[in-house]
Design a protein around this ligand. Structure first.
Ligand code: AMP
Ligand code: MN
Ligand code: MN
Ligand code: MN
Length: 275
């Protein structure tokens, strides 16, 4: 399917500029595309200008980092109209990133003997205040400290690994309401990624719906066929619209193609019917 409502540019942890991203999406035949950088909307204008050239239907997007019951959850916002308040709240949400980088850098030095992580990760990040664990992982790869991104997260940087450090993000209800009050729709990103119990997933969805959320990612590159079918059933049960996204970051991940996603199972109601 040539619809992609989840991808990243160098305004967060992607490799490409918005312009390069649109050119790649066009090559891949995308018809509808949303750029959804983590906690940043600085790339939307440039992306939209380029989308117009290619006749791609461009949708404003963002992927907001949220803390829910002590875990990090990602909420995708689509089709909102940005305001200065919107920009300020995202900026505030990025506040903890530099400090976290310093802490992770200290831990990696102490526990693994890896040097220069702070400066190295910052040098790879186009937006200093949006520096990500992806940049840290890339630095570790470049230095030969790890073989690949999977190893970096599995050994050191993953959510429960010894060198990670949590950030207190905005809460779920505030993120959803920010998106809704700006005319957008809120979507739970890659729900199968969090490895929640069935009860926890129900709690998350119920709180999300109470806050005004109406969508859930079914077709994500991070989901297996089984997970896509399961989430489709969950979406039907809660009357949620289904979204689809590659979560492309500009790296050569074998299963992620910008502008292309899996078909939705036929029971789904596509969220792009609303745009
Ligand atoms: P951050 O927002 O800085 O905490 O970084 C999170 C980003 O790292 C996610 O958006 C993914 O792009 C990437 N990521 C998180 N966990 C993994 C993992 N286990 N393997 C590979 N990439 C990951
Ligand atoms: Mn990312
Ligand atoms: Mn995500
Ligand atoms: Mn993402």
């Amino acid at each position: 399917m040539n619809i992609d409502l989840h991808c990243h540019s160098y305004f967060s942890d992607g490799k490409l500029s918005p312009q390069e991203l649109l050119s790649e999406a066009h090559k891949n035949g995308a018809t509808i595309l949303a750029l959804t950088d983590h906690d940043h909307i600085g790339g939307l204008e440039q992306a939209r200008d380029n989308a117009v050239q290619y006749g791609i239907n461009f949708i404003n997007g963002v992927e907001i980092s949220v803390t829910w019951r002590g875990r990090t959850i990602h909420i995708v916002g689509l089709n909102f109209k940005p305001s200065s308040e919107f920009v300020e709240i995202l900026e505030k949400n990025r506040n903890g990133r530099i400090e976290r980088l310093q802490k992770i850098s200290d831990k990696l030095q102490k526990k693994a003997g890896f040097s220069g992580v702070y400066e190295g990760a910052l040098a790879l990040s186009n937006q200093a205040d949006n520096v990500s664990r992806m940049h840290i992982a890339q630095f570790l790869i470049n230095q030969g400290y790890v073989k690949n991104r999977e190893e970096a997260f599995r050994k050191w940087l993953g959510d429960n690994k010894s060198c990670n450090c949590r950030i207190d993000w905005i809460n779920l209800a505030d993120a959803v309401s920010l998106i809704c009050t700006h005319g957008g729709v809120a979507v739970i990103a890659h729900p199968a990624r969090y490895k929640l119990s069935a009860t926890a997933l129900r709690n998350l969805i119920e709180e999300f719906i109470n806050a005004g959320g109406i969508g859930i990612e079914v077709a994500s590159s991070l989901h297996s066929l089984n997970e896509r079918l399961n989430i489709a059933l969950v979406a039907e049960r809660y009357n949620l619209y289904a979204s689809a996204g590659s979560d492309f970051h500009g790296y050569n991940d074998f299963n992620r193609t910008l502008g292309k996603t899996y078909e939705l199972p036929p029971i789904c109601r596509p969220i792009w019917d609303l745009f």
